[in-house]
Every structure is written in C-alpha cells, then in structure tokens.
Design a binder for this molecule. Structure first.
Ligand code: UD1
Ligand code: CA
Length: 450
C-alpha cells in the first residue's frame, strides 16, 4: 500500500539521562547506525513519504542526522519537555488542515520496529480511527497498560504511575507507537490535560478521549523484542543483540554460511553475495560489499571495502576504507589494506601494509612488505604492475612505481621507479670473510682464560 498521505512524527526530544552520555540518546549507534537512523529507515522502507522529528534544544548532532538523511526529514524543537502529547503538538502546523490522512507517532528510542509493522499500523486505520501498538511484556513495570473491553476494544491506556493494582496486573502494554486518522489527531491532543502523577501531557490519554467520543480505537501487537525501548546502555546492548541476530539470519537466508553466527558482527548496510563463507569472529564495519564465493577466515575486520567474487581474506585480515579486492585475490594474515586496488588474482599473503596503492593483477607481494605512503604531512601513491614480484620485507617509498613483471629483491628499500621486467635491489651489499668467526672465538676465549 502506498503511504503517500501518511506523516510519521518521531519523538526524540529527551536527552536520555540514564545513558550517562554527552550525546543525545537517539544518536547512540546500533549496527553502525544511530537509533534515529534506524527509525528513519523503517519509515522509508514502509513507503511513508512524510517524516518529521520532534527534538530538544541544542541537539545539533540530531539536526545534522536529519538533514543528511537521503530524504531530509523536517524537525521542530520542543523547548520544554511537557510530555508525549505536548511533543506531538509541536507539529501543530503540519496537523492543521489540510491534515495528512494518517499520522503515525514513533519514538526515536524504539529503533527495532520493522517496516512491516508500520504498514500494519497504517492499514489498521482503514477500519479504525486510532491504532496502538501493544506487546505482551515479560516485566510490565514502567509501561502504560492497555485496558480492553470484554469484546477487545481499546478503552484507555493507563500509565504505570497512575494505575490501580488491578490495572497493574495487565501485561498487555503500550509500545508507544500509535497511528491516528489525521482528521482527529489535533482535536484529541488539544483535549489532553496534565492532571496525573507526573504532571505531563500524556499522548496515551488521547485514546480514552477518542473512545469517549465514539471513535474506534484498536490494538495491533508486535513481539516484545521489536518494541524494545532504550533508556540505558544495558538496553542498548540488548537491542544490538536483537539486531545482530536479525542481520545474521538475513545473511544466511541470502546464501552465506556463517560457521558461528553468534561471533560475527554485521553493520546495517553489509552486503554479502551467495556462497560466501564467514568463519568465526569476523567484524563488518560500515560500507562493506562482498561478492559471491568469497571466503572470510577467522578474526578479520572489514570496513568500507569492496571484495569481488572468489577472493580469500584472512585469517586476521584488516580491510580499511577504500580497499577494493579483485576477483580471486588473496589477502592473508596480519595484512592491512587501505584505499588500494588489489587487482584480480594478486596475492598479499602475510604481514603487510598496503596503503594508497594499486597492486596489479597476479602480482605477488612478499611477507613483510610495506608501502611507505606517508611522510607525516601528505600521502603518496605506490603502483605495482601486473605480475610483479615484491621480495619479502621490502619498503616501497611512495610515490613510486614498479613496472609490470618486475622483481624487487628481498629486504629492499625502493625509492625510485622500477622499469617493467627489471630487477631492483636496494639494500646493503653482503660481504663475507672466510674463517672470521672461528678466529674471533679463539681470540675471545684466550682473553677470558687470561
Ligand atoms: C511512554 C508511554 C508509555 C509506554 C512507554 C513505552 C506516554 C505518556 N507513555 O512512557 O505508555 O509504555 O513510553 O516505552 O506516552 N518525549 C519527547 N518529549 C516529551 C516527552 C517524551 O520527545 O515531552 C519522547 C522521549 O524522548 C522518548 C519518548 O517520547 O523518545 C517517550 O517518552 P518517555 O518519557 O520515555 O515515556 P515513558 O515514560 O517511557
Ligand atoms: Ca521511555
């Protein structure tokens, strides 16, 4: 269903003091993306075209996140936190005629909601005026309780602090997500008062008011782990756990083998091809794309990297932003690649740093090779031609170019360009003195005895 005339309002004005953090709560990250980013993504994926956030004063980082989102989201500032109904009312201008057909209220600190659930909420409005997303809480302490009539209609939401003991025994709780027909929302919000335990304007009170006015109020439900609200670092880690499990499942469903899924950590945007094998203890940072049939061996760390089909990485490989690994190439243990092209079939197997470089197709980079790309001020390029052979423990001092098919002798420090098919050796010449060691031992032994 197209959600063209649906507006999502994301409440994000709270600082989240329990996070004990300098940054606003919704900027804390899960799988490499802010909580707010996760909510914005769910809104986009649900096909909801209008989005606005209610934020607190002095939240420059949050504003930037909204402005830099692919489809920039508007925001309004709630100067004083007087409650969730008051927060939604900050969007009053957008809610005045002509109001959008449907308005969804979401929380910036409830980042695991799926687009599917958002669509269900919007669709619920085809036969109701207000839809509340509820869940069965294992521990309902602190949540608003959903009070239903005998026939399952939603009568009211009672906040924990205001609930009687009988109401507290209800385990069906308010997730915070609500959908309203646009024609009613403003009237309902304006009728909400603040005579309650916290002295706040509760959005939840809009339901009892709607019901009293003869509007149809219903409940949709979701599993508890989808509506997890984050108030503390503990809950942040619980949400990360849920999200990682989703991403692991998605990777396996798309045709990747994860030998020990629990030890593989994905970023929200990781893309894996088919028949990829990921060994235990691999971490994906942002911006990684892996082609088909790639093997990623244990303890590798990848970010901002593009890996073509059939490449083999690790164990203990580190790919940093701008690493492009060609088809069938090999990047072995304790190898770091940054902003470099490793062309198809090239091998960089052991103990090497390749930065700001091109390694031509089929080249072989010996153990311990270093591209010296940085002089403390600027970065310089290294070019290694196709089929070149770099002997072990060589330092290639950039800017420098090694021609196609050239050889570099082990232990060289290469500071000048090497022609194609040439041999370059840049190291102290070896000298040998026959019998020197024996003579030295004899001499030294005599001194000690005397
Ligand atoms: C709210 C619900 C409760 C529900 C619970 C689910 C109300 C009155 N209560 O309670 O029924 O079970 O969430 O987690 O709605 N916010 C603002 N401005 C404000 C107040 C809040 O932007 O003036 C934002 C917060 O940043 C947060 C969200 O709204 O993202 C929820 O506010 P919070 O104070 O955490 O509500 P709860 O007491 O948890
Ligand atoms: Ca809360």
């Amino acid at each position: 269903m197209a959600q063209a005339d649906t507006l999502a309002i994301i409440l994000a004005a709270g600082m989240g003091t329990r996070m004990k953090s300098e940054s606003p709560k919704v900027m804390h990250r899960l799988a490499g993306r802010s909580m707010l980013g996760h909510v914005l993504a769910a809104v986009d994926e649900a096909g909801i075209e209008q989005c606005m956030a209610v934020i607190g004063p002095d939240m420059a980082g949050v504003e930037a996140e909204l402005d830099n989102w692919p489809r920039p989201a508007a925001h309004v500032v709630q100067a004083e936190r007087l409650g969730t109904a008051h927060a939604v009312l900050q969007a009053r201008e957008r809610l005045m005629g002509p109001a959008p057909d449907r308005v969804l209220v979401l929380y910036g600190d409830t980042p695991l909601l799926t687009p599917h659930t958002l669509r269900r909420m919007a669709e619920g409005l085809t036969h109701a005026d207000c839809v509340v997303l509820g869940f069965e809480a294992e521990d309902p302490e602190g949540y608003g309780r959903l009070l239903l009539s005998e026939d399952g209609a939603l009568l009211a939401i009672r906040e924990h602090a205001d609930a009687t003991d009988e109401e507290k025994s209800v385990t069906l709780c308010n997730s915070g997500v609500m959908a309203f027909r646009g024609a009613h929302i403003l009237d309902l919000l304006e009728a909400v008062g603040n005579e309650n335990a916290k002295g706040e304007y509760y959005l939840t009170d809009a339901i009892e008011i709607a019901h009293a006015r003869g509007l149809r109020t219903i409940v949709e439900t979701a599993p508890e782990d989808e509506v997890l609200g984050i108030n503390s670092r503990m809950q942040l880690s619980e949400a990360e756990y849920v999200l990682q499990n989703r991403l692991r499942l998605k990777a396996m469903e798309a045709g990747a083998t994860l030998i020990d899924p629990d030890s593989v950590f994905f970023c929200h945007d990781t893309v894996l091809g088919r028949d990829v094998t990921v060994e235990p203890n691999v971490v994906f940072g942002p911006g990684v794309r892996i082609g088909d049939g790639v093997q990623i061996k244990a303890f590798s760390h990848l970010e901002g990297a593009d890996v073509e089909d059939g490449a083999v990485l690790g164990p203990f490989a580190r790919l940093r932003p701008g690493a492009h690994i060609g088809a069938g190439a090999k990047v072995g243990n304790f190898v770091e690649i940054k902003k470099s092209e490793i062309e198809s079939g090239a091998k960089v197997n052991h103990l090497t740093y390749i930065g700001d470089a091109v390694v031509g197709a089929g080249a072989n980079i010996g153990a311990g090779t270093i591209t010296c790309n940085y002089d403390g001020f600027n970065k310089y390029q290294t070019r290694i031609g196709a089929g070149a052979f770099i002997g072990s423990n060589s330092a290639l001092v950039a800017p420098v170019s090694i021609g196609d098919g050239a050889y570099v002798g082990s232990g060289s420090v290469i500071t000048r360009d090497v022609e194609a098919d040439a041999l370059a050796v840049g190291r102290g010449r070896q000298m040998s003195k026959a019998g020197w060691a024996a003579a030295f031992r004899a001499r030294s032994g005599r001194k000690q005895a005397g």
